[in-house]
Design a binder for this molecule. Structure first.
Ligand code: SF4
Length: 153
């Protein structure tokens, strides 16, 4: 996979839905000088309205359900959702806890899963690049559909 093939930078919005912060610390590690994914154009943004990728951690506490749906709807199309960490993917240590409504894919569609408790920075980076490839494919698909519609019209 050659990152030079991508057309533009990738902006990621990170949402914590009730994690223990273990995954969130690993996400920060991805941004620190040791891994430094910003050099490839991957950066965290402060608003879902500016994001290409919604990165979700945590098992989705009941109190976060509406926020998860709202934030998902605020990310413009085409968008990709990443679930980072076992508890957001299948409950893990919080499995069947009374206060949870997750896993994440019970609330919103998830495109990329990064398992681990917590996953290592390398796995998170690989997940982001997988999301990037998916996003580029979605953008190409949308472009082709638009061209086809123009030809028919
Ligand atoms: S997957 Fe593990 S480390 Fe990550 S938020 Fe859940 S419990 Fe914490």
């Amino acid at each position: 996979m050659d990152l030079k093939n991508f057309n533009r930078a990738l902006w990621v919005y990170h949402m914590n839905t009730g994690s223990c912060n273990g995954c969130d610390i690993e996400i920060l590690a991805v941004l620190t000088p040791r891994y430094d994914v910003e050099r490839f154009g991957i950066k965290l943004v402060g608003s879902p309205r500016h994001a290409d990728v919604l990165l979700v951690t945590g098992p989705v506490a009941r109190s976060m359900e509406d926020s998860v749906r709202r934030v998902y709807s605020q990310v413009p199309d085409p968008k990709v959702v990443m679930a980072v960490g076992n508890c957001g993917i299948e409950g893990d240590v919080f499995h069947e806890a009374y206060s949870l409504v997750g896993p994440i894919d019970q609330i919103i569609p998830v495109d990329v899963y990064v398992p681990g408790c917590p996953p290592r920075p390398e796995a998170i980076t690989y997940g982001v690049v997988t999301a990037w490839v998916k996003l580029e494919n979605l953008a190409k698909q949308a472009e082709e559909e638009e061209e086809e519609e123009e030809e028919v019209a």
